[in-house]
Ligand binder design. Structure first.
Ligand code: SF4
Length: 433
């Protein structure tokens, strides 16, 4: 039998990227060829995101694009978009298979069922009742320095703007031993850095009972061959003073913390059902800087949440400025049907959101440049990754400064000391010392 070509497209978060890679491995194990999404393929898999309405529109455009390449192709739409809007997705012309967020490990079987029977497949379960972590792992060497380990899925917090608990279901954790096993295998494959990822990693272990995120960090810290552990986004309240002190003893843990803020106004935070105040958040950032002075601290900020007045926005803006983050992602509120905030009064006009977003993005840029400037003249360890052209390699310091330095192929996937010489936009130019 001639091997079929399968193409993938991933929208959204790192968890989705991880899951696509895991699905790719499953297809390869069954003898399929992986091809580029721009090529004509027999099967197209679109791993979707539904956090904003833009994600839904993009998924529809990708379906059209696949059909243009091959009108007879099998089109499978998987993940958050069909999970939350199954009728809408299955009725898009050309879609043959839809599968929810906990059905990703079954995609190969579903595609093969479709190839045999040619009748549409709808594989969506009530995710809110799911208590099992879906086994997926990514172990092959993908010619990169950094590997992701998904340790958890789902979220129980129901922030009022967020569709994720409906799309991903409750917290489910990968058993501790399986996490360690995956990390050991990645170390054997030569990966230097692992990124701990999940939908809400701060909740890791809640469903297992006797382990938590710190146990995972301690365990991976002891694995030979892994040099760096990076964390994806953290819930502020996990960073108690005791936990921060404990973290300082883990020498492989990167000094980079993404702590989702969303707003610096207590009134907005209350309406968002975030479970901290600006003051509590301030204390966490204060403690982090007290124990880990050079830490990069990143955040997400949302503008234009329903009812966000000029006054609240100003409070949020000033708070962000005071926190002086090293990185900040700015989002405009996007109403998602099914969430509480969708029903809230006081939806903010598009042009007001855009102006607030512009101001925050400008501030993000200033803060980032200011953070990078602090390290000019110092020597820092950089894990080099890619050749950007002309023999210039880029890599990251552990506190997430992107450094560009002259070198050659032998630098790839190696941690080298580099002196940081000068700023280059949002990056820094350095030289190996
Ligand atoms: S913590 Fe809030 S914003 Fe984050 S995934 Fe859970 S519900 Fe969504």
């Amino acid at each position: 039998m001639v091997a079929l070509d399968v193409a993938f497209y991933t929208l959204g978060c790192k968890v989705n990227q991880y899951e696509t890679e895991a699905i790719m491995e499953l297809f390869q194990q069954r003898g399929y060829n992986i091809v580029d999404y721009n090529d004509a393929a027999d099967v197209y898999i679109i791993n979707t995101c539904t956090v904003t309405s833009r994600g839904d529109a993009k998924s529809r455009a990708l379906i059209r694009k696949a059909l243009k390449k091959n009108e007879n192709a099998v089109i499978a739409v998987v993940g958050c978009y069909p999970q939350t809007s199954p009728e809408e997705v299955i009725s898009i012309p050309g879609v043959d298979i839809i599968a929810g967020t906990d059905e990703k490990s079954r995609i190969v079987d579903l595609v093969e069922d479709y190839l045999r029977n040619h009748s549409k497949i709808i594989n969506i379960k009530d995710i809110r009742k799911n208590r099992k972590f879906e086994r997926l792992s990514v172990l092959k060497n993908r010619d990169r320095t950094r590997a992701y380990i998904k340790i958890e899925d789902g979220c129980d917090l129901y922030c009022t703007y967020c569709i994720v608990p409906y799309a991903r279901g409750p917290v489910r954790s990968k058993p501790y031993e399986e996490v360690m096993d995956e990390a050991r295998k990645l170390a054997n494959e030569g990966f230097k850095e692992v990124v701990i990822t999940g939908i809400h990693i701060s909740s890791y272990g809640k469903d297992l009972g006797n382990v938590g995120l710190l146990d995972v960090l301690r365990g991976i810290n002891d694995i030979e061959g892994i040099c760096r552990i990076r964390l994806s986004s953290l819930e502020p309240r996990i960073l108690t003073e005791d936990n921060i002190k404990e973290i300082t003893s883990l020498e492989k843990l990167c000094r980079f913390f993404h702590i989702s803020l969303q707003s610096g106004s207590d009134e907005t935070l209350r309406r968002m059902h975030r479970r901290y105040t600006a003051d509590e958040y301030r204390q966490i950032v204060y403690n982090l800087r007290k124990y880990i002075p050079d830490a990069g601290i990143a955040t997400d900020i949302m503008v234009g949440f329903p009812g966000e007045t000029d006054e609240e926005f100003k409070e949020s803006y000033n708070f962000v400025k005071e926190m002086n983050f090293s990185h900040m992602h700015v989002f405009q509120y996007s109403p998602r049907k099914g969430t509480k905030a969708y029903e809230y009064e006081g939806q903010v006009e598009k042009k007001v959101k855009e102006e607030r977003s512009r101001m925050m993005i400008e501030l993000a840029r200033e803060m980032k440049v200011g953070f990078n400037r602090r390290f000019i003249g110092t020597t820092m360890d950089v894990l080099f990754e890619n050749d950007t052209g002309d023999g210039i390699y880029e890599g990251l310091t552990d506190n997430y400064i992107r450094v560009l330095a002259k070198g050659d192929e032998s630098m790839r996937n190696i941690i080298l000391p580099a002196k940081l010489l000068n700023l280059n936009g949002l990056d820094v130019v350095g030289e190996i010392v």
